[in-house]
Design a protein around this ligand. Structure first.
Ligand SMILES: [Ca+2]
Length: 478
């Protein structure tokens, strides 16, 4: 009985440990925090006041000092999705974060349901705004696509996607989850199964960070960018790369110079890509003794003597810093990027891309020749440049960000509406019940009953063995 009482006395501490919030990242063994999808979607954009409160006063900081300050801000309390496949996890969330708001069906946050079946006839209700496809193609319903058609079969007799019979005219018509910072540069890990088949491993963290994991044209991702560097190439000698559109036509999406292993996208994506890369080299700037796949050390430079090391130290490099600095200015922040940044911040990861909010901080952090000038101080960018990308980031049922301003509301309160369901207990059955919406008191009751049953079984097992032992001893005495 003493043993039973001792075990029962441990129960309160068991629950304290189990229901404490999951730990924030650490240097090794970090697997991020999984985002609970039973949330209320928030389609609003943060106001200038909210964004200023998020970053605080960075004063006159420049270079690595400002990078370090931004790192602290954007790496605190991050949540990450699972990589998943098809429409699960990241792909499912693209229906919000990478949605083409101009031509997709409106989203009512109160009733919105994710499409989770890859072969859904609802696939025509939403389109993604796909990286590498032109603004014209993305905004033309006959050419635009969503990842819901990825599983459709090929029927070359078609000239358009057949949403009723799950068919498409060309198997290249599909959407990829494109790692703008190619995973081969700092956080690529592979595993081999029992049949000898090798596949990539995607832990939560850098490999699933939505600020660089973008819906993109499949062919340009695989045949163009792949694991290559971004940069400028000679179009007359480079290989021209095409994106595949829903009406079985193609358009130029970039140029690949195989000798220098450099991919150049079309102009309208150059700034977007630069800001993704600058985000990554700030969010993953923490050079530790032992970095991990989830928390690698990423670095942008013009110095090509730096090289990647994926498996030992998880250090990764992106070349062409000077080009990326100019791309950020040549292709300014668009409304689409601003809205995507807010959707990720408010609904999933709880962190922002500082270089979309403050594109002028790119030079302050990354240009070694930059000298601080107070005249460079700017308010956050909450209205983007209209062209060349998607200009309308709001649908009819979507609250306009600039009119929903509430003074003195900081970032913490704006995200607090969705945090209640984010606690991961680390106990699979408990997480499963929470995920299914079972009330906490009932979950606790179920766990208590299960624990008591286990204890009783152990206890009676111990008693049983004691009785057997006693019987054996009595036999021997006889
Ligand atoms: Ca752009």
């Amino acid at each position: 009985m003493k043993k039973l009482l001792k075990v029962l006395s441990l129960l309160p501490s068991f629950f304290l440990v189990s229901f404490a919030p999951a730990q924030v990242k650490n240097a090794s063994g970090y697997d991020g925090k999984a985002y609970d999808t039973s949330i209320v979607i928030d389609l609003t954009d943060s106001t200038v006041n909210e964004i200023n409160a998020y970053y605080g006063d960075v004063g006159s900081q420049t270079g690595s000092t400002l990078m370090s300050t931004l790192y602290t801000t954007i790496s605190t309390d991050n949540y990450f999705l699972n990589y998943g496949s098809g429409l699960s996890d990241v792909g499912k969330w693209y229906q919000i974060t990478d949605r083409n708001w101009s031509i997709s069906d409106p989203v009512d946050p109160a009733t919105f349901k994710f499409i989770t079946n890859g072969k859904s006839t609802d696939a025509s209700s939403f389109y993604l705004y796909n990286m590498y496809m032109s603004d014209a193609a993305n905004n033309d319903k006959s050419k635009a696509i969503s990842n819901a058609v990825n599983g459709y079969s090929k029927d070359t007799s078609l000239t358009a996607i057949d949403y009723v019979n799950y068919k498409k005219p060309n198997s290249y018509i599909q959407v990829d989850k494109e790692h703008v910072w190619a995973k081969n540069h700092g956080f690529k890990v592979t595993e081999t199964d029992s049949k000898g088949k090798t596949s990539d491993v995607f832990v939560k963290g850098a490999p699933t960070d939505l600020h660089h994991l973008v819906a993109a044209d499949h062919n340009t991702n695989s045949a163009g960018h792949n694991d290559y560097m971004y940069g400028e190439v000679d179009h007359s000698t480079a290989k021209t790369i095409y994106s595949y559109l829903a009406d079985d036509t193609t358009e130029i999406s970039g140029w690949l110079d195989t000798s220098s292993e450099t991919f150049e996208p079309t102009d309208e994506w150059k700034g977007d890509i630069a800001r993704c890369l600058f985000y990554m080299a700030t969010r993953y700037s923490n050079k530790l003794d032992q970095n991990t796949q989830a928390e690698p050390y990423l670095y942008i430079t013009d110095d090509k003597t730096y090289t990647d090391d994926n498996n030992t130290t998880f250090h990764g490099v992106q070349y062409n810093l000077s080009t990326l600095l100019s791309w950020n200015e040549a292709d300014p922040v668009s409304n689409y990027e601003i809205h995507r940044n807010n959707l990720i911040y408010k609904n999933v990861q709880k962190n922002r891309n500082p270089y979309i909010d403050h594109p002028e901080w790119v030079r302050r952090v990354y240009d070694v020749n930059y000298v601080y000038d107070a005249a460079d101080e700017k308010q956050p960018t909450t209205t983007g440049t209209d062209t060349p990308e998607n200009t309308s980031s709001n649908t009819s049922s979507n609250t306009n960000s600039t009119t929903s301003s509430t003074t003195n509301t900081n970032s913490n309160t704006s995200s607090s509406t969705t945090t209640s369901s984010n606690t991961s207990t680390g106990i699979p059955i408990v997480d499963f019940l929470i995920d299914k919406g079972v009330p906490l008191p009932i979950i606790i009751a179920i766990v208590v009953v299960l624990v008591i049953i286990v204890i009783v079984l152990i206890f009676t097992g111990i008693l049983g063995s004691k009785k057997k032992k006693k019987r054996r001893n009595n036999k021997r005495k006889k």
